[in-house]
Design a protein around this ligand. Structure first.
Ligand code: BT5
Length: 264
């Protein structure tokens, strides 16, 4: 990845006007949250070639070898927390649309934060929110795309469930171009979400949701449940019909920066 060329021809108003590029960082989300806490403007982006402590949700790790696209965007939406949690769908939709358009891969969305190819994860999204008294100070949206490396770069335990663009396409992709296109789409969909609300985003996102109508297993903080995935509703909740016929909903959680630390 060429740091000087990341902004070349970038057609955004706000996203990526400030880009911090690092060869190596613990986690782009952590650094972006730190910058946001110091007042970084909306659209500030942190990109890294590798992450030594890449993070998933709930304290899980994220393998981030060289060749992947690992970046985080600082957002300052004027939304209530219950609305801002839906940003994870905005990011998922942006990734799915761009990967389909640029490379013709049949990627799908999986509730709430995954992008899959043939059932294997090619991208993960980590949305973290910082709030005070029910007001959103900032959201950091982290996106990790397994791009230019093969399966042997994954730790053994991930190989069955993870894939990369290079594995799927049989060639490398241009990371700079992927980054710019993603950032542009993300900004467009973010604006749409702020202007028009969640409906359009959700309807589009659901078009790519291969899991709907399938038997799925959901792990929440407290329990594991399996059932038929009926829908994702207006609140971003997964609607599941359990074996006995009971309908239950799972919500997308969110963590403020401090809560994430406390949970470890
Ligand atoms: C996610 O969490 O999928 C969110 C991943 C977000 C990564 C980006 S990279 C830029 C930014 N900076 C960060 O530190 N994070 C964000 P979750 O749904 O909790 O999934 C995590 C699980 O996915 C792990 O427990 C593994 O099983 C699996 N996994 C780890 N690394 C992977 C990879 N590179 N590809 C596919 N699966 C992976």
């Amino acid at each position: 990845m060429n740091a000087d060329r990341l902004q070349e021809g970038l057609r955004t108003k706000l996203f990526g006007r400030i880009i911090l590029f690092l060869r190596e960082v613990g986690s782009t989300n952590d650094l972006a949250k730190e910058l946001a806490a110091y007042g970084a403007v909306e659209g500030t982006v942190v990109v890294a070639e590798t992450q030594t402590a890449g993070r998933g949700r709930l304290g899980r790790g994220w393998a981030s070898p060289k060749g992947g696209l690992w970046f985080s965007v600082v957002l300052r939406p004027e939304l209530k927390p219950a609305e801002a949690v839906k940003l994870v769908f905005v990011a998922g939709l942006a990734v799915v649309e761009v990967l389909r358009e640029l490379y013709g891969v049949r990627v799908e969305t999986k509730w709430p934060n995954d992008v899959l190819v043939k059932g294997r994860k090619v991208c993960g999204i980590l949305s973290e929110m910082n709030t005070t008294d029910g007001k959103v100070n900032f959201v950091v949206l982290g996106i990790g795309v397994n791009a230019n490396f093969l399966e042997n770069a994954f730790p053994e335990e991930l190989k069955a469930n993870a894939t990369s663009l290079e594995s799927e396409l049989g060639r490398k992709v241009k990371l700079d171009a992927l980054f710019r296109t993603l950032l542009e789409r993300l900004e467009n969909l973010y604006e749409l979400f702020i202007r028009e609300g969640f409906n359009l985003i959700l309807e589009e996102w659901k078009k790519y949701a291969g899991f709907l109508g399938c038997q799925v297993e959901v792990t929440s903080l407290t329990e594991k449940m399996s059932g038929l995935a009926l829908d994702v509703d207006q609140e971003g909740a997964l609607v599941l019909r359990l074996e006995g016929g009971t309908i239950t909903r799972f919500f997308v959680g969110y963590f403020s920066a401090s809560e994430v630390k406390d949970n470890r």
